[in-house]
Design a protein around this ligand. Structure first.
Ligand code: IVH
Length: 708
């Protein structure tokens, strides 16, 4: 169940109440006018709830400026009257509050509601798009709810709002305009290239973009329809719309060619009971972190026109719909410092140190920053107030500085002039900076990685041993491990006969590891364990991997053009190491994998660009076409398998392994102490198996891979 931890601001007296109303009005006015506010959503909600609580206790003191009584809570902006007011929504924050709300609605209409539409609460700006005889006519913001601003000039860059509808109808479509995550990144890049300040978050970006006139560049946003109503000269359509259930209005609008949330993972669904609604609410909450656009809650609406009519509306919000708010995933905090860390491949990566802030149930003190160019492009400065986003398991990220909160005391971020690890030079020719010594800068880390459990799995070769080997000049890369001699090892501190022989035996075993493990040990950037397995299974031999060009590499599931180019470039750099490994007799083939057809042959043409699952996979495999996630402690026949070995097993049995549960997950293998992944799978109705059931399913493949 979605945890709601929101509290209200406590207002002690009339003066505190008045100050809170003033603060909320200023924030709301700024938010509705420009999308910018000094308060993040969570802070605004807490303030508004404190105001409402005070008003409930002191009804005689309610101020006219209070946001609780307003239609839309904002200052009037624009002069195009709305035919029907654009209302806001009341909020609930828990299952209990939702149940109380439904009970009061059902009391009001005197019967149970048997159809609820459960949809995402899209985190953007409400707009009304008017169409006359099927042609786009006008785009209007919500403004203060009674009149909005004409922003028709911006409609051309709004994805999902066609110029012409599929039928020549006169209709007003209402919905939300937002920036998808991609549009936000793209929009900020374009904007800063043109000398503009970056948008603090996607909603801010959508608001700014909609109101901007005469921009020298184009920034796209996306429209999602969530309702429609007739215009004065809609004719018969007016009566039809008035009688249709809300869900059918949405389908009708989609049929006209207007974008709705129907094609997304959080598409509106109908629920018959409060319990069913709650299941969908939890499912949408679970999907939130992976959505390509922002949502800040779930909207639940009585679906039937008669229920809506009889419930009616208040001045601020309808009584037949409610917003079930999700916890805030964005907070404003201060950027204190930037740390520069050198990774195992020599990449020098910046990381933001933040004033710790509580987001979505955990304390966030750090956030990723991609590269120096990204810092420059976003014009980040030390001391900046920044908008930080974190949802679910994702790594927190800084969306952008909140430029209008700058005091003038912010200072530029210093970029390193030499490698912070070893003091060598920095190669700045690529977006991601790198120590000129490359992998050698963190030689111990890169050899330890190669020897690690999920790569060559060399028992007895921990970091301390690797340091010894490197310091003694015996190892300059991990291929040197395979030519180590007994006497050389015996000469090292704390290396007796037994540990030496054990280590040499472990190295011998490593020489026979399959290609997927050897490839992973190379530490090619962007190719972890699962990608290495896919590459090895696709190409079957190291020769073929090395010979692959950018186009061929893209045939591997999950490799796009950019990644393919990066892998090709890195394999050139790694060629001497690969040659050394070949010379040392290390395995360069993947057992069970069938090589892809040679380029230019008939088989190749038949295989086509979609060929991905070669390597003995076929529809007879028990996990063919399935995406499997593993969580919790394995038991029975699977007890000794690491996560990586479990993933290898899944892939041998024809499935695809994944680390996160989503609607695309076919099966969750849940062992003892399975936590949030199990809950999420239950919410989404994903099939769950205990390790013993799974072992039975893939039994034949279990034995096959025991010694890999
Ligand atoms: S229905 C009369 N449905 O949330 C009912 N609103 O906080 C009006 N919103 O003003 C709104 N997603 O801007 C509705 N699926 C959805 C929505 C949605 C986002 C926005 C809308 C509204 C605000 C209220």
């Amino acid at each position: 169940m979605v945890a709601m931890t929101n509290s209200a601001a406590v207002l002690a007296d009339a003066a505190a109440y008045a100050a809170a109303v003033e603060q909320a009005s200023v924030a709301a006015a700024a938010y509705y006018a420009t999308g910018e506010s000094a308060l993040d959503d969570d802070a605004y909600d807490r303030l508004a709830r404190g105001i409402a609580a005070y008003e409930a206790d002191h009804p005689e003191e309610v101020l006219a400026a209070s946001p609780t009584g307003k239609v839309a809570g904002g200052a009037a902006v624009g002069d195009v009257p709305h035919t029907v007011p654009m209302l806001s929504l009341d909020n609930v924050f828990s299952a209990e509050q939702f149940a109380t709300w439904t009970a009061s609605l059902e009391r009001r209409i005197g019967r149970p509601v048997t159809a609820w539409s459960v949809e995402p609460k899209l985190d953007g700006l409400a707009v009304a798009a008017r169409y006359r005889d099927g042609r786009f006519e006008r785009l209007i913001t919500r403004g203060d709810g009674t009149a909005g601003e004409d922003v028709s000039h911006a409609a051309g860059a709004v994805v999902g709002l066609p110029e012409r509808l599929a039928e020549p109808v006169t209709i007003e479509v209402r919905g939300e305009i937002l920036m998808t995550n991609d549009q936000f990144d793209q929009g900020n890049a374009t904007r800063t290239e043109h000398g503009g300040a970056p948008f603090a978050n996607p909603r801010n970006g959508a608001a700014g973009t909609l109101r901007a006139k005469d921009r020298a560049y184009r920034v796209e946003t996306t429209f999602f329809a969530y309702g429609a109503l007739p215009l004065p000269d809609s004719g018969e359509l007016g009566e039809t719309l008035a009688e249709l259930p809300h869900s059918e209005v949405l389908s009708y609008v989609a049929g006209l060619g207007v974008h709705t949330a129907a094609g997304t993972d959080v598409a509106p669904v109908l629920a018959a009971t409060v319990e069913e609604v709650q299941v969908r609410v939890d499912a949408i909450g679970s999907l939130r972190a992976e959505l390509p656009f922002g949502i800040d809650g779930i909207v639940i609406k009585a679906d039937l026109a008669a229920d809506q009519r009889e419930a009616g509306s208040g001045t601020r919000a309808p009584r037949w719909a409610i917003a079930y708010k999700l916890p805030a995933v964005e907070k404003i905090t201060r950027l204190l410092a930037v740390e520069w860390n050198v990774g195992r491949t020599g990449i020098i990566a910046p990381r933001a140190v933040l004033e710790p802030v509580e987001i979505d149930g955990s304390t966030v003190g750090y956030a990723t920053l991609h590269n120096p160019a990204d810092i420059t492009r976003r014009d980040l400065r030390l001391g900046d107030q920044v908008m930080v986003y974190k949802a679910g398991d994702i790594i927190p990220r800084i969306e952008a500085p909140v430029v209008h909160l700058r005091t003038g005391d912010e200072t530029p971020i210093d970029f390193p002039e030499s490698c912070p690890q070893c003091g060598s030079g920095i190669d700045t020719s690529e977006q991601r900076w790198r120590c000129t010594r490359g992998r050698n800068c963190r030689l111990v880390a890169s050899v330890s990685y190669a020897a690690g459990r999920d790569q060559l799995d060399i028992e007895g070769l921990g970091a301390t041993r690797v340091v010894q080997l490197v310091d003694a000049g015996l190892v300059a890369d991990f291929a040197d491990l395979f030519t180590l001699e007994r006497e050389q090892l015996l000469a090292l501190d704390r290396m007796g006969e037994t540990s030496t022989d054990n280590l040499l035996a472990a190295i011998e075993t490593a020489r026979t590891r399959p290609l997927s493990r050897v490839f992973c040990a190379l530490g090619v950037r962007g190719t972890g364990r699962s990608m290495s397995r896919r590459i090895a299974r696709y190409f079957a031999t190291m020769d073929r991997i090395v010979a692959a060009d950018v186009e061929t590499l893209q045939r591997v599931d999950g490799i796009g053009k950019e990644k393919a180019a990066a892998v090709v470039a890195e394999l050139v750099e790694l060629a001497p190491l690969i040659d050394k490994l070949v010379a040392a007799g290390v395995t360069m083939t993947e057992p069970g994998a069938t090589p892809p057809p040679e380029p230019g042959t008939e088989e190749e043409a038949a295989a086509g660009a979609g060929a991905e699952a070669v390597g003995g996979t076929g529809s007879t495999l028990p996990l063919a076409g399935m995406t499997v996630v593993v969580t919790g402690a394995m038991s029975g026949a699977l007890e000794k398998l690491s996560r990586n070995q479990m993933n290898e097993l899944i892939e041998r049995a024809g499935g695809k392994s994944s680390s996160s549960v989503s609607q695309r997950t076919s099966l969750l293998v849940a062992g003892d102490k399975a936590g949030s992944k199990r809950t999420k799978a239950e919410d989404l109705g994903v099939r769950i198996a205990v390790p013993e059931e799974f072992a039975e399913l893939v039994g034949a493949f279990l034995a096959a891979g025991e010694d890999t």
